[in-house]
Design a protein around this ligand. Structure first.
Ligand code: 13P
Length: 276
C-alpha cells in the first residue's frame, strides 16, 4: 500500500470511528433528547461554511445538533466535525432509495454514510413539490434505516389543506405511507413543517404546532405502540431566535428543523440555547 493510500485509509478509519461513536441514540432515560437541525438548503459555500464553523465553535452545545449542508459540502463538514470533536452531527438533505446504479445526480445512503452522515432529511415539501411521491418517500425511509441512517421524515399540510381543515388527514396519510411495514420506528425522527410557514417569516403559533404534534404522537402510538412515545417530533417553518423558546415550551415539540435562521452561527446558536 502506498503512503498516500495508507494515509487516506487511516483518515477513513478515523472518520468512521468518530461517526460510530456519536450517539445515534434518540432517547436517554426515557426522556426525548432535544434535537436542533439546520437545513441549509441550496445555500452556503466554502467561505461561508468556514465562517459559520469558526463562529459556531464558540457555542455551548448541550443538545443534539445536526447540520445538513448541500451535498458537495458534506465531506468538508465531516472534516470540521472531526476537528471540533463532534460538536455537531451531519445530515444530508436527500437520498435515493437504491444503493447504486444509473441514477444521474442522485446520492445513495451508503455514500452518505461513507462521508460521515448520520441523518438524512426525507420527504421535505420542497422535494414533494417537484414530484416525490409518498411511495418513493417510503422506499427512501426504508433504505435509510437499513443503511444505518436516521431519517428525518418531513410532513405537513399546504395552506389550502389547512383552510379545508385537512391538516390531520394529510399528515396521517404522509406518516402512515412513509412508515408502512416498518416495525421498529425507534430510529425515526418526524418533522412537522406546515408548507405555508416555510420561508414565509410567518411561523405556526406554538400552540397550533403543539396540537398537530400531539396528533402525530397519537397516530404513532396507535400504529407503532410503545416506542412512539419516544419519537422526537421537530417543528419547522420560520423558526428563529425570537420564537424558539416558545416552541421549546410545548410538551410534544422536541426540537426544531431550521432553514433560513440556521445560516448564521449566531442566530442558530440562540435557537439551540432555547432548548437547554
Ligand atoms: P425556514 O426556517 O426558512 O422557514 O425553512 C424551514 C424548513 O424548510 C426547514 O426544513
Amino acid at each position: 500500500m502506498s503512503q498516500t493510500m495508507l494515509e487516506s485509509y487511516i483518515e477513513k478509519m478515523v472518520r468512521q470511528a468518530v461517526t460510530s461513536s456519536l450517539s445515534n441514540q434518540l432517547v436517554t432515560n426515557e426522556k426525548i433528547k432535544p434535537i436542533v437541525v439546520a437545513n441549509w438548503k441550496m445555500n452556503m459555500n466554502l467561505d461561508s461554511i468556514s465562517e459559520f464553523v469558526y463562529d459556531f465553535s464558540k457555542t455551548n452545545v448541550p443538545v443534539d445538533v445536526v447540520i445538513c449542508p448541500p451535498a458537495p459540502y458534506l465531506y468538508v463538514l465531516n472534516g470540521w466535525q472531526i476537528k471540533l470533536n463532534a460538536l455537531f452531527s451531519i445530515g444530508a438533505q436527500n437520498v435515493h432509495s437504491e444503493s447504486k446504479g444509473a441514477f444521474t445526480g442522485d446520492v445513495s445512503a451508503e455514500q452518505l454514510v461513507d462521508v460521515g452522515c448520520e441523518y438524512v432529511i426525507i420527504g421535505h415539501s420542497e422535494r414533494r413539490a417537484i414530484g416525490e411521491t409518498n411511495s418513493f418517500i417510503h422506499q427512501k425511509v426504508k433504505h435509510a434505516l437499513n443503511t444505518g441512517l436516521i431519517p428525518i421524515l418531513c410532513v405537513g399540510e399546504s395552506e389550502e389543506e389547512r383552510k379545508q381543515q385537512k391538516t390531520n388527514v394529510v399528515v396521517e396519510e404522509q406518516i402512515l405511507s412513509a412508515l408502512q411495514n416498518i416495525q421498529d420506528i425507534s430510529r425515526v425522527i418526524i418533522a412537522y413543517e406546515p408548507v405555508w410557514a416555510i420561508g414565509t417569516g410567518q411561523s405556526a403559533a406554538p400552540e397550533q404546532a403543539q396540537e398537530v404534534h400531539h396528533f402525530i404522537r397519537s397516530v404513532l402510538s396507535k400504529h407503532f405502540g410503545v416506542t412512539a412515545g419516544r419519537t422526537p417530533i421537530l417543528y419547522g417553518g420560520s423558526a428563529k431566535p425570537e420564537n424558539a423558546k416558545e416552541f421549546s415550551a410545548m410538551a410534544d415539540i422536541n426540537g426544531l428543523l431550521v432553514g433560513g435562521a440556521s445560516l448564521k452561527a449566531g442566530d442558530f446558536s440562540k435557537i439551540i440555547q432555547a432548548f437547554c
